[in-house]
Design a protein around this ligand. Structure first.
Ligand SMILES: Nc1ncnc2c1ncn2[C@@H]1O[C@H](COP(=O)(O)OP(=O)(O)OP(=O)(O)O)[C@@H](O)[C@H]1O
Ligand SMILES: [Mg+2]
Length: 262
């Protein structure tokens, strides 16, 4: 399958080159997997449960090691650039419920600060101001900022997750099924917010989803994943019924295809 990014690896926001990934001697989940993501593009990784979406994003985020292959961010090896260059949004929000909303957002730059600042939750003024500004941008108030994160609704929690991901001014935002736990209205609002925030900053997004309609609405580029392999790579308009069938192993003529694919 041809890479549709049209971007040389050295110019890409993200370049994944021939990676292999298995867990504890098990089968390869990703086998000789390569992908380039252009700066500023909104890429959706679309695939069924178990296709390897989270594994791919975790490898890129450095949350699990690859067995072989290379990952580059803006042309530099992942290990050196990750802390500055990647923001991550999680399906289950990944917030600390006992911390306030603002403290959760500020934790987005914890890796850059002295351990004691993080342990005592004493953040520099500039970081506090930035967290407040980001919370405002994602539509949360000062009242939300001072509440424990555990008291927020799912949609509000994911806004906090996005604000935290933006704290480090990332060139790449990874979002692993960011709306899987949300109702349709909150899902749309969250996808809008993610897209707008990334566009304003010129950041590339790699977002995993299993909802075809959301992928078609928000992606510049859809990467269809089936059993760790790219089976479709192209713009939303090119996502045909056949392509959906090959991504989701849907039998020809099944109703889900007729309903979700124009
Ligand atoms: N920590 C792990 N140890 C062993 N196997 C794992 C681990 N994490 C994932 N896998 C396996 O890797 C495969 C891909 O899983 P992954 O979570 O990446 O899929 P996914 O596309 O994100 O699925 P979902 O849509 O359900 O989140 C699955 O077969 C899964 O069982
Ligand atoms: Mg997953």
């Amino acid at each position: 399958m041809t890479d549709q990014s049209g971007t040389a690896p050295s110019m890409s926001a993200l370049s994944v080159s021939h990676i292999f990934k298995s867990y504890e001697g098990g089968p390869d989940i990703l086998r000789d997997f390569s992908l380039n993501v252009a700066p500023g593009s909104f890429c959706v990784v679309l695939g069924a449960s178990g296709s390897g979406k989270s594994t791919l994003l975790k490898c890129i985020a450095g949350l699990t090691p690859v067995n072989a292959g290379d990952i580059f961010l803006h042309g530099a090896p992942l290990a050196r650039k990750r802390l500055q260059a990647v923001g991550m949004v999680h399906q289950d929000y990944g917030l600390s419920d006992r911390l306030t909303t603002a403290q959760n957002v500020m934790s987005g730059v914890a890796a850059r600060l002295s351990w004691w600042r993080v342990a005592l939750q004493i953040y520099p003024k500039a970081i506090q101001s930035k967290a407040c500004a980001l919370l405002d941008q994602v539509g949360l108030t000062e009242d939300h900022a001072n509440r424990q994160a555990g008291q927020l609704s799912g949609g509000q929690k994911q806004r906090v997750g996005i604000a935290r991901a933006l704290m480090s001014d990332p060139g790449l935002i990874l979002a692993d099924e960011p709306v899987a736990s949300l109702d349709p209205k909150s899902s749309t609002e969250t996808m809008e917010l993610l897209k707008r925030a990334a566009k304003e900053r010129g950041a590339a997004v790699l977002c995993s989803l299993h909802q075809i309609d959301l992928a078609k609405s928000y992606a510049d580029r859809i990467i269809g994943l089936n059993d760790g392999q790219i089976v479709f790579d192209g713009p939303p308009d090119a996502l045909s019924r056949d392509a959906v069938q090959s991504i989701f192993n849907i039998a020809s003529g099944a109703s889900v295809v007729r309903r979700e694919v124009a």
